[in-house]
Write a protein that binds this ligand. Structure first.
Ligand code: NA7
Length: 535
């Protein structure tokens, strides 16, 4: 941090990832005073922490970036289709430098509590450096997948080797050369890192609880011609993303898997598979996530792919997902994930059949065997969407704890605000579409909407805004009804809170689509922030 900073400001911003950087950029333009805190030692958020081997965006580089500056968009050139963590972090560093945003943050400073003071009509924010800052507005830019979850397995403290969580990876990197490594978890982080760790390690054992579907990323460098073309067309590409279902430059086809002839469908699945990327699922038939029979056609296509790739039929059988619809756990993209199991130095343990009982000094003990390991990688995920918020220590009116209010599941209006916590704005909070699509698209929309709302409050000379009880209740019902019309709630996933023991089983994001949500948010603003009470 640079010199003396104000103790009383208009707004406190928490986080310096995509969301925090853009918020600060906008607030500064608006002439709103602020303090901004980031627990990491630099900008980047997700991309500051997730430095595990193979960490990569699953959105194409040309959409996984900011749109607010046309100059930035033209100046920056991505090297490949799916950018890897170092390149995304370089991009965010570049953005921060270009717009002089680093000087605006206090780094290495965690917000350790925030309490709404009714008498003073302000948030009283405490930081890990012992500071207290008062602010009218509290803006959380803390991410959706930032509260890392290491499973509580007895004996971890006894382990003599090194262990890591993918979301808290050492900055100096980890060299697995010559090591016997165990990876626990086969979500996106596991599926991205396993092929790379397998190449480095002497031996790799993958501990799999639920077999996962995965689609090839087919990452590749971008040619000069492709870059030129993308830069020419970028305005249109971005506009498509803004209104599309998952914030990507494509949408579900206006066709149903169950209604097209089998041969045609198979040909289409295959053509999309060769293209790689999420489009395989989210640019495909519109009934895939709504109808179990349609979904099963897509699932079977991937199961056949796994069988054709993995040479050992017993291993293939363990890797084949069963019992839940494809796409209802967050679909990973991979680079040679299934191929990795053809290597001599890779083993797969099914920990559902053979559960992990303890970590011991020299490895992992399952029900029937001990696996000797020099290192354990927990690719075990995050307390998604609510975790980053409930861990802060946020207290609303009357000292109400956010975690208490949400003990049966998050209650929000638009995923942006919650009753009893006036003037608190959550960027991509629970009940917003965010994690169901391209995050930067979602983040920019939220930041712009929130800043518009703050302008409105300021112009009105009002002191507080918060949702009405009925708006919040209706939103919660709406989010649930939309989810219930899909296959998602059937599956144990982090979307449902099912990965965290004791977490209420509630579908966390809004599944009505990015475009629909954007339109709704705009309409609500145009109607003078309908559903909010402004005092
Ligand atoms: P995910 O997708 O939540 O995956 C976590 C994986 O870890 C998943 O395979 C879990 O199995 C497994 N897991 C979790 N706890 C345990 C225990 N106790 N024992 C064994 N296995 C366990 O997290 P990621 O980091 O991969 O991805 C998070 C998001 O980041 C991703 O969706 C993208 O949006 C980016 P399970 O399936 O729960 O049985």
């Amino acid at each position: 941090s640079t010199g003396a900073r104000a103790g009383v400001v208009d707004a406190v911003v928490i986080g310096a990832g995509f969301a925090g950087l853009y918020t600060v950029y906008r607030l500064r333009e608006m002439g709103i005073s602020y303090r901004a805190f980031e627990q990491g030692g630099g900008v980047g958020g997700t991309w500051y922490w997730n430095r595990y081997p193979g960490a990569s965006s699953d959105s194409e580089s040309w959409v996984y970036s900011f749109t607010f500056s046309k100059e930035l968009e033209q100046e920056w050139t991505w090297s490949c289709r799916f950018p890897e963590q170092p390149e995304i972090l370089r991009y965010l560093e570049h953005v921060a430098d270009r717009f002089d945003l680093k000087s605006q943050f206090d780094f290495d400073t965690r917000v350790s509590g925030a309490t709404y003071d009714e008498a003073g009509a302000c948030w009283v924010v405490q930081t890990s450096s012992g500071e207290t800052v008062k602010a009218k507005y509290l803006i959380t830019a803390v991410g959706c997948l930032s509260a890392a979850q290491v499973p509580k397995i007895p004996g971890l403290d006894q382990f003599k080797g090194k262990w890591y969580h993918t979301g808290q990876w050492p900055h100096e990197g980890v060299d697995f050369t010559g090591k016997t490594v165990g990876v626990v978890g086969t979500g996106s982080s596991g599926i991205q890192s396993i092929p790379i760790i397998a190449k480095q390690a002497r031996h790799l054992t993958v501990f799999q609880r639920t077999a996962n579907f995965s689609v090839p990323a087919r990452n590749a460098p971008l040619s000069k011609d492709r870059v030129d073309q993308l830069k020419r067309d970028i305005g249109q590409i971005r506009e498509t993303c803004r209104w599309a279902n998952i914030g990507q430059p494509y949408d579900f086809r206006d066709a149903e898997a169950l209604k097209v002839p089998a041969a045609e469908r198979q040909q289409q699945f295959e053509a999309d598979w060769q293209k790689g990327g999420f489009e395989w699922m989210f640019g495909s038939y519109k009934d895939l996530l709504a109808d179990r029979n349609a979904n099963e056609l897509a699932a079977d296509f991937v199961r056949d792919k796994i069988r054709s790739i993995v040479k050992n039929p017993d291993v293939a059988n363990k890797l084949i997902p069963k019992g839940y619809p494809i796409g209802t756990k967050r679909l990973p993209l991979d680079q040679n994930y299934f191929e990795t199991y053809n290597r001599d130095n890779v083993d797969l343990v099914d920990v559902r059949a053979n559960p992990i009982e303890a970590i011991v000094a020299d490895g992992i003990r399952t029900k029937d065997q001990t696996y000797k390991l020099d290192a354990i990688v927990f690719a075990t995920g995050f307390d998604a969407m609510t975790g980053p918020l409930t861990r802060i220590g946020i207290r609303g009116r009357g000292g109400q704890k956010l975690e208490d209010k949400w003990s049966h599941g998050p209650q929000t209006y638009l995923g942006v605000a919650t009753l009893g916590f006036p003037n608190m704005f959550m960027i991509t909070g629970p009940g917003s579409p965010s994690v169901l699509g391209n995050m930067p698209t979602s983040i920019e929309q939220h930041v712009e909407w929130i800043c518009g709302c703050i302008s409105h409050i300021q112009k009105q000379g009002a002191s507080t805004i918060e949702p009405t009880q009925s708006a919040e209740e209706h939103w919660g019902q709406h989010v649930k009804e939309l989810a219930d019309a899909t296959l998602f709630p059937q599956t144990d996933s982090w979307y449902m809170g099912a990965n965290i023991p004791g977490k209420p089983r509630v579908f966390l994001p809004y599944i009505g689509g990015f475009g629909t949500y954007r339109k709704l948010c705009n309409e609500i603003a145009e109607k003078g922030y309908e559903g909010f009470s402004i005092r």
